[in-house]
Design a protein around this ligand. Structure first.
Ligand code: GDD
Ligand code: MN
Length: 407
């Protein structure tokens, strides 16, 4: 089936599923495609020629004739797709898709991968914020056996050049929230928000991806068969043209995405329910210790100390009580292997910090729920305690009682 030169790719429809074999066989005399790199664009008219030029220069150098670039544009008002189409005569390995029925960064990437012919599928932003020179290291990692190679801002050599404190806080906050809701996915990479990575086709072939918003990497790790993951540090650069399309909507979609992944994949099965149950029981004992200590310290018939001071002491004693029980019972299988007093002390300090952060979260949620959602302080408090318990459990599981020795 021969298409006109410079013709746009037909837009795949139906489920977002990647085929095991390439969608259209390459014609006999051309080489097999190794890498299909999708460039999702929305209003990138001023960036698209530059990124295609730089990527072509780099890939002609490293894998000449074995790659393709697939621009997937969502009918940008600045007609980015048209500029990309005009470049096709100059760049024979460039293919362009103009989507008019669907919108969204994640689904754009998957539709691009559905039209792809490569055995390795990649994604890079079209605004030059993802340094193209990192591609070589990502490709090498996959060729050396990794199923997934992720450009990460949070490993050696990584960073963000010009994000505001708010954006940094939101990005890290989103990551910690993800660790609480979906530790089996978010805990596997240091930068789960990354939109710059390559994945072996076989690792996601057959999986029906169901992404929302911006975070396609969550779908790949959550629904794919990803065994080995490599990470390459990169510095997220400043945008030169246009602006970021990230709004509050992406953050809401992100939480929706986490919850859906949690409920619709086997990751629920991987959630250590019995350990969580023990953790909850220990937490309950902590409530009694907290109450008893508050009575002994602050009641008029006992020491009658000031309430806040009593509460802080009682809270700390309850945390200590919970640590002892969790260390001896809930996480005994892990703590048994780390008996040195230094290791115990380190676990206690981490536990303490996480539980104090949990206390802050508890108070925050209580106020948000009571002031904006349910005008009943006891139901609001129960919700706050439940969220804080999931937080305390997930983050302690990940950070305090994890197997630290390197196998
Ligand atoms: N097709 C399509 N449809 N492309 C889109 C859409 C969309 O709805 N929204 C954004 N894009 C394209 C942009 O044109 C750009 O090429 C890329 O996706 C990233 O969009 P930005 O709006 O620039 O996102 P960012 O720079 O704030 O964040 C990016 O980098 C982060 C770190 O890797 C995104 O890729 C984030 O997902 C990522 O976490
Ligand atoms: Mn950007």
């Amino acid at each position: 089936m021969f298409s006109e030169p410079n013709s746009l790719l037909s837009v795949p429809t139906g489920p977002l599923q990647i085929a095991a074999a390439t969608s259209t066989d390459v014609d006999a005399n051309s080489q097999a495609i190794l890498l299909s790199l999708v460039i999702p664009t929305y209003k990138e008219r001023d960036n698209i020629e530059k990124i295609v030029y730089i990527l072509s220069l780099l890939l002609d150098e490293s894998i000449p004739g074995e790659y393709e670039l697939i621009v997937v544009d969502d009918d940008s008002p600045d007609r980015t797709w048209e500029v990309a189409q005009s470049l096709m005569s100059k760049y024979p390995h460039l293919r362009v898709m103009r989507r008019q029925q669907e919108r969204g960064l994640s689904s754009a990437v998957v539709r691009g991968w559905q039209a792809a012919r490569g055995s390795i599928l990649g994604v890079i932003d079209g605004d030059l914020q993802h340094p193209p020179e990192v591609l070589g290291q990502l490709l090498k990692a996959v060729q050396q056996g990794a199923d997934l190679a992720v450009g990460s801002r949070h490993v050696e050599g990584g960073g963000v050049s010009s994000w505001s404190v708010v954006r940094r806080f939101l990005s890290r906050g989103a990551q910690v929230l993800g660790l609480v809701i979906l530790p089996g996915v978010l805990g596997r990479v240091t930068d789960p928000m990354s939109g710059y990575f390559m994945v072996r086709r076989q690792a996601i072939a057959g999986a029906t991806l169901n992404p929302v918003g911006y975070k396609i990497l969550l779908e790949v790790i959550g629904r794919g068969k990803v065994r080995e993951i490599a990470e390459v540090g990169y510095v997220f650069c400043e945008r030169k043209e246009g602006e970021s399309k990230v709004t509050w909507k992406q953050y809401v979609e992100y939480i929706h995405h986490l919850l859906r992944l949690r409920l619709t994949t086997g990751l629920l099965g991987k959630f250590p329910i019995s350990r969580f149950f023990r953790f909850g029981l220990v937490g309950l004992s902590g409530v009694f210790v907290d109450m008893a200590m508050l009575y002994l310290l602050s009641d008029d018939s006992t020491l009658a100390l000031p309430l806040t001071r009593s509460k802080i002491i009682a809270g700390e004693i309850a945390i200590f009580n919970n640590f002892l029980w969790n260390d001896a019972w809930t996480f005994a299988d892990v703590s048994m292997k780390q008996q040195e007093w230094r290791q115990r002390l380190k676990r206690f300090l981490k536990f303490n910090i996480i539980c104090l952060a949990g206390l802050v979260l508890n108070v925050l949620i209580l106020n948000i729920v009571f002031n904006f959602l349910i005008r009943n302080r006891y139901i609001a408090n129960l919700i706050a305690i439940a969220v804080a318990t999931v937080w305390n459990f997930s983050v302690n599981l990940k950070l305090s009682w994890r197997v630290t020795e390197v196998k």
